[in-house]
Design a protein around this ligand. Structure first.
Ligand code: PAF
Length: 262
């Protein structure tokens, strides 16, 4: 496994990769959900690049950029034998000049997660496009857990004619149903039990019944809605149930596809 951190090292490493190349983009603090993305990448391509970069552009002023878990040594140990190249740039490598020009997520960037985190999806799309340019993959894999991010990336790739195939990988869950997330490590034991309400609410497959579960709970439900998984418009025919709630100070997301995978 070749670990590189500059653009020049990446270009050399990328040239040496044989066959079709898949990329898995991450912010580190890797868990089994990421491992599944990398394993799936191996089934889609001959070579696998993983990027580890905590992207400042997608964090708001009062969010957890400075405290976001950074566990590079453990991440590299987890990827050993799974990835061919790991790109671990600093912010200065990714953004050598101020990111004046950015990708806009349009209407997808202003609803649900975009409403709670203004500018978040513009920051995500900007770094995803940059990392696609830097790693020049044939295929890029993203987790279904961040469904709005996935929809925005698919739309960017289509609207901007980016020659990369986007593949979604189903959410990996703990045995009790909690969707895996790097932010789960912020939860106390008690909060972790409360966090199970998200997957429980989804399993009701019903907006009203799911919302009712939060009535007498310490978790703060932000939204539970049935939406179209491409546009994130709320519709009774929607193919995706989405939920976000704050447990303590940690904002958690989850979703359940209602048609193809149900
Ligand atoms: O899903 C994430 O970890 C990030 O949003 C991504 C896609 C790596 C962009 O920074």
């Amino acid at each position: 496994m070749n670990v590189v951190s500059t653009r020049e090292e990446l270009a050399v490493a990328r040239k040496e990769l044989p066959g079709r190349v898949a990329v898995v983009m991450t912010m580190g603090a890797l868990h089994d959900g990421h491992v599944e993305l990398v394993r799936q990448a191996r089934t889609q391509a001959d070579s696998v690049v993983v990027t580890i970069f905590v992207n400042p552009l997608q964090f708001g002023a009062n969010e957890d950029l400075s405290t976001y878990p950074r566990t590079l040594d453990q991440d590299l140990a987890l990827l050993d034998g799974l990835a061919d190249v790991v790109f671990t740039p600093t912010p200065e490598v990714v953004y050598p000049t101020e990111a004046l020009v950015r990708v806009s997520a349009g209407a997808l960037g202003t609803v649900f997660e975009g409403a709670s985190r203004p500018g978040h999806f513009d920051g995500v799309l900007t770094v995803v496009l940059k990392l696609m340019h830097l790693t020049t993959p044939d295929v890029a894999l993203f987790g279904q857990k961040d469904a709005q991010q996935l929809a925005a990336i698919r739309r960017m790739v289509s609207d901007l004619d980016v020659p990369v195939k986007v593949v979604a990988v189903p959410t990996v869950r703990e045995p009790d149903g909690l969707a895996m997330s790097s932010r789960n490590r912020y939860l106390t034991d008690e909060q972790r039990s409360t966090a199970l309400l998200l997957s429980k609410a989804l399993r009701t497959r019903d907006v009203a019944a799911g919302r009712a579960l939060f009535d007498s709970s310490s978790a703060d439900l932000d939204y539970l809605e049935r939406v179209d998984s491409s546009t994130f418009e709320v519709t009774p025919e929607g193919d995706l149930l989405i939920i976000a709630a704050k447990v303590g100070t940690t904002r958690l997301l989850d979703n359940l596809p209602l048609k193809d995978n149900s």
